[in-house]
Design a protein around this ligand. Structure first.
Ligand code: HEM
Length: 385
């Protein structure tokens, strides 16, 4: 499957599985519909905005409540419980200490970005001529690992290990029944141990609970790496666009705007409606409904964009749903835009991307997490200019 084929099957909403697959579920924009008992699905931009902006809506999580009850009778799931409580964000309230810490950490990432060397790993790849290589590992993850190490002042390998373990843990949690979570306890304990050993320095008097690092320093970089890799695959699949962008640096901001809209790494978010319910105009969501929000669909809403599935470089700028809205929205939108822009310049000015000469079945493998869209690995051809 190629970038252009992700989510391309034209099924109606009734065929979408209860368990989400962000890479394969068809992207359909329409009125809110019921996914299951007490569980709704919204896809229009105005519905996504209304839910994210509604002060009664929360990030509550049913699975966490069930896990809490299970844990009352167990003493061997403490590490996994601590991480799960945190990852689920069920405890979050607007402008809480965790949010303020996320902003502090995000600022550190932003400050370190201009000094990051994106070009040397690319130049090293083509030093002996054309080569086929995994774009995710070589062109995207390498600068991210260095970036995290510089921003936090930590060992790069430990940072990478924590990030990989957290992503792996999230994917496993989704696939397991709660009584089996105990099998994840050793991995969760290792993550907590590695976090404690980071030995980070903060300005005098400032403390930051280590778990407050999990979003901004580890999990949040995941959608950015997916978007970065989807962008490189898109350039390889569309050599004409790649050449235009190489010659016309002034077209790159418009291209990045479409990357943000169509190649965003997070597809689904979830929320719980408050006790008063929520009126969306043509649909009323009952109190306490669980809601899945399809951000990829909202970014293709024909009420907002003409010819919404087309990748066009002549669109007026409009706000996307990519970084969500409201009090718990992404703190890293500007940082991500800057990262992708530097990556794009570095690639276009260092090498030429194309599909590998001998395509193999497993050239591109897909994410396992039910929220994140994109590739785990993506083999491309890297050639000197
Ligand atoms: C293309 C890259 C990225 C995308 C698509 C993305 C998207 C998102 C989305 C959809 C959310 C959930 C918001 C919600 O529940 O309403 C989120 C949360 C978050 N993002 Fe990003 N993000 C990206 C990169 C980053 C980066 C680079 C950072 C920081 C360095 C960052 C920091 C955060 C944090 C801290 C949260 C949690 C906010 C909170 O719980 O208060 N993100 N992101």
């Amino acid at each position: 499957m190629r970038t252009s084929e992700l989510n391309s099957q034209a099924f109606g909403p009734s065929m979408i599985r209860e368990a989400a697959d962000p890479n394969l579920d068809p992207i359909v924009v329409g009125v809110p519909w019921r996914r299951g008992y007490g569980h709704w699905h919204v896809s229009r931009m105005r519905d996504v905005r209304a839910l994210m902006a509604d002060p009664g809506t929360t990030t509550d999580d049913l699975a966490l409540r069930v896990f809490s009850r299970f844990r009352e009778k167990r003493s061997d799931v403490d590490s996994i419980f601590r991480l799960f409580s945190h990852i689920s964000r069920a405890h979050r309230t607007p402008n809480d200490a965790e949010r303020r810490d996320a902003i502090t950490v995000t600022k550190r990432f932003m400050e370190c970005l201009p000094a990051l060397d994106f070009r040397s790993p690319l130049a090293a790849l083509i030093s002996a001529g054309e080569t086929d290589a995994d774009a995710m590992a070589n062109a995207v993850q390498k600068p991210i690992v260095e970036w995290r190490a510089a921003a936090l002042g930590i060992d790069a390998a430990t940072g990478r290990e924590i990030a990989e373990d957290l992503i792996d843990l999230m994917a496993s949690l989704e696939q397991m029944a709660i009584p089996d979570y105990v099998k994840l306890e050793p991995k969760a304990a290792a993550i907590l141990r590695n976090l404690s050993a980071l030995n980070m320095s903060w300005p005098a008097g400032q403390t930051l609970p280590l778990l407050h690092l999990t979003s901004p320093a580890f999990l949040a970089l995941e959608p950015m790496s997916r978007t970065g890799c989807l962008m490189l695959a898109h350039l390889a699949d569309n050599p004409d666009i790649q050449e235009v962008l190489r010659d016309r640096a002034d077209m790159r901001p418009a291209y990045l705007q479409e990357v943000e809209r169509l190649l965003a790494g997070i597809r689904y978010m979830s929320r719980q409606v408050g006790p008063a319910g929520l009126d969306l105009g043509d649909t009323r969501l009952p109190p306490h409904s669980r809601v899945t929000l399809d951000l990829a669909a909202a970014n293709r809403d024909p009420e907002v964009w003409d010819d919404p599935d087309a990748f066009r470089l002549d669109r007026p700028r409009r706000q996307t749903a990519t970084f969500s809205f409201g009090a718990l929205a992404c703190t890293g939108s500007q940082t991500s835009r800057q990262f992708l822009s530097i990556l794009l310049d570095a690639v276009l000015e260092t090498l030429r991307l194309s599909e590998p000469l001998a395509a193999k079945e497993d050239d591109r493998t897909y994410t396992r997490c039910s929220l994140v869209r994109g590739y785990d690995t993506c083999r491309l051809r890297f050639a000197p200019l």
